[in-house]
Ligand binder design. Structure first.
Ligand SMILES: C[S@@+](CC[C@H](N)C(=O)[O-])C[C@H]1O[C@@H](n2cnc3c(N)ncnc32)[C@H](O)[C@@H]1O
Length: 252
């Protein structure tokens, strides 16, 4: 995979506001919280796109039995450091979605792919392969949770600059972040996100910019690919006016 996160990893947490950094983005979505509650604390959760480990840590603190993986070595290092700092016994390793079934023996009640990660599997075949890998990590009755940006909405609105609504202050540093999007004519073309952190340095601004290219997926395409990967949708909180959504699926 193209590792867009190699350099971004050490500053990735600035994307989160303070509440999200503590609680993560999985348990705070009612559809995901409802699913996790049904299984109950103690159930086995794989965060298959753990990034810097925010969701995995939030779930482990709540008593879930969590394991974490990510395709980016740099993100895994930051996640491992978080778990050590918080004294959380979360095994974490670098692994691509398609390789998970042959790499990790354990199977899970809930397999998470949060943070709009799946679009990194660019194109239909790669995404079906990724989804197949995620499906094969579920145990009997297990669920896969896919989180996605509402690409149809982003593409239609063409809101090119999206600024975080708060200045973030951590460790004596202050930062404003925004996305600047390159939105092509068609939804099925590569979209480019420029993630920009503006750090305050006295009366100067120090900009740090990271560029990530993404090949969007519409809900219709995602549904088709879930089916091809042997998954059956059992729930979604998709809405035409929401910026993000999850689809929850089980082995067909
Ligand atoms: C936008 S980040 C989301 C991280 C985290 N879930 C969050 O919500 O902050 C996308 C993550 O997907 C990971 N990723 C991309 N392609 C992958 C693949 N083929 N297999 C495993 N992880 C992958 C990246 O390394 C990155 O950490």
């Amino acid at each position: 995979m193209a590792d867009y996160y190699r350099d971004l990893a050490c500053e990735y947490d600035w994307l989160y506001d303070d509440d999200a950094l503590t609680d993560g983005s999985a348990i705070t979505r009612p559809a995901v919280a409802g699913l996790l509650q049904r299984f109950g604390p103690g159930c086995a959760v794989l965060d298959a796109a753990c990034g810097t480990g925010v969701d995995a840590a939030a779930l482990a603190r709540r008593g879930f039995h969590v394991r974490a993986a990510d395709g980016s070595e740099a993100m895994v290092e930051v996640a491992a450091a978080r778990f050590r700092r918080e004294r959380l016994a979360i095994p974490v390793q670098q692994c691509l979605w398609g390789d998970l079934p042959d790499t990790i023996d354990e199977r899970f009640d809930v397999v998470l792919c949060m943070g709009n990660a799946l679009v990194h599997a660019a194109g239909k075949d790669a995404m079906v392969e990724a989804l197949t890998g995620l499906r094969r990590m579920t145990g009997p009755g297990g669920h896969v949770v896919i989180h996605s940006r509402n690409w149809e909405k982003l593409h239609a609105e063409r809101r090119v600059v999206q600024v975080a609504n708060r200045v973030r202050t951590r460790g004596g540093r202050r930062c404003v972040m925004f996305y600047a999007w390159e939105v092509p004519d068609r939804l099925d073309q590569v979209h480019i996100a420029h993630i920009v952190f503006l750090f305050e340095d006295g009366d100067r601004i120090e900009p740090h910019e990271y560029r990530i290219s993404l090949l969007p997926v519409s809900l219709g395409e995602l549904r088709e690919r879930l089916e091809l990967a042997g998954l059956r949708e059992v729930g979604t909180d998709f809405g035409e006016t929401t910026d993000q959504y999850v689809v929850i699926a089980v082995a067909a």
